[in-house]
Design a protein around this ligand. Structure first.
Ligand code: NAP
Length: 254
């Protein structure tokens, strides 16, 4: 049985809590949160605390707090045994104090409230300061996911940046598209099959080969018409920048 204390009460803490709870080989012995109200979600199922001095004994202490809080919170902890890990893609493992085992448990997925996710399909990138820690994190991650990847801090940071392009920027494009649909009174919902297919086809095609659209075809007339339909200067700038990037990629001039 692996005993876990989760520190943090946000999106990742909740998703991890549910995934750990579903495994007989794992036990979340306690959840720490600085805000007692946020702990209410966990109270019916496990012990909770808002006092760092009351943290219980565990094998793994999982810091699922904002990136900026990882350094300060980990320094305030008075732990002597077990392994302390964070869940961030962009924070180095050695930001954690080295008086105990330390590591990283980074689930490569986007976690939002009220979304049901299958952890089996979520890659978990792990890193540990020693072999025992790596073995423990491998065991813990393998209980949840079919894809467990040992990755050092430098590679994880690169992967996180790649994820920002693939997920955060793409999602912002969906938002701009949504906004434009609302302005023109056309249903954004009609774009959902297109959005799904764009992601699904990457199972068998490289993004390079999958690219379609007026910039890829160098349809100058359509590019011009699109630009003239956009009212916002910001939208025009983004449209031009991305079209230029596509055209440069495929060797054409704007
Ligand atoms: N969301 C994702 O898609 C995702 C995916 C992979 C990894 N991660 C990583 O997972 C970690 C948590 O992300 P999240 O999305 O769960 O964030 P979140 O929903 O914003 O929750 C952040 C949590 O950190 C707590 N916190 C912030 N500052 C603190 C401090 N100084 N002391 C104690 N607690 C503090 C917050 O408490 P309050 O409620 O009191 O503010 C809250 O419980 C981050 O390192 C993030 O990079 C996130």
């Amino acid at each position: 049985m692996i005993r876990i204390v989760i520190l943090g009460t946000g999106n990742v803490a909740k998703h991890l809590y549910k995934a750990f709870k579903a495994q007989d080989s794992l036990e979340v012995v306690q959840v720490y949160g600085r805000n007692p109200k946020a702990l209410r979600y966990f109270e019916p199922y496990t012990k909770t605390t808002s006092e760092l001095s009351n943290i219980m004994v565990a094998d793994v202490y999982m810091l699922a707090v904002s990136d900026d809080a990882i350094g300060t919170l980990s320094k305030q902890l008075n732990l002597t045994q077990g392994i302390l890990v964070h869940t961030s893609g962009s924070v180095a493992m050695n930001l954690l104090p080295n008086r105990m085992g330390r590591g990283v448990f980074y689930p490569l997925q986007t976690f939002s409230e009220n979304r049901v996710l299958d952890f089996k399909e979520i890659p978990i990138c792990i890193e540990a300061s020693d072999d025992d820690g790596l073995r423990l994190l491998t065991q813990l991650a393998s209980a949840l996911s079919e894809t467990v990847v040992p990755l050092n801090s430098k590679k994880r940071r690169a992967l996180h940046l790649a994820a920002v392009f693939a997920n955060n920027f793409t999602n912002h494009m969906y938002h701009l598209s949504h906004e434009f649909c609302d302005q023109k009174d056309v249903p954004f919902k009609l774009l959902l099959p297109l959005i799904k297919e764009t992601a699904d086809k990457l199972e068998g095609l490289s993004p390079y080969d999958a690219q379609t659209g007026p910039a890829r075809r160098n349809d100058k007339g359509t590019l011009k018409k699109h630009l003239s339909q956009l009212k916002s200067e910001n939208h025009k700038k983004i449209y031009s920048l991305l079209s230029k990037s596509i055209q440069t990629t495929y060797g054409k001039k704007l």
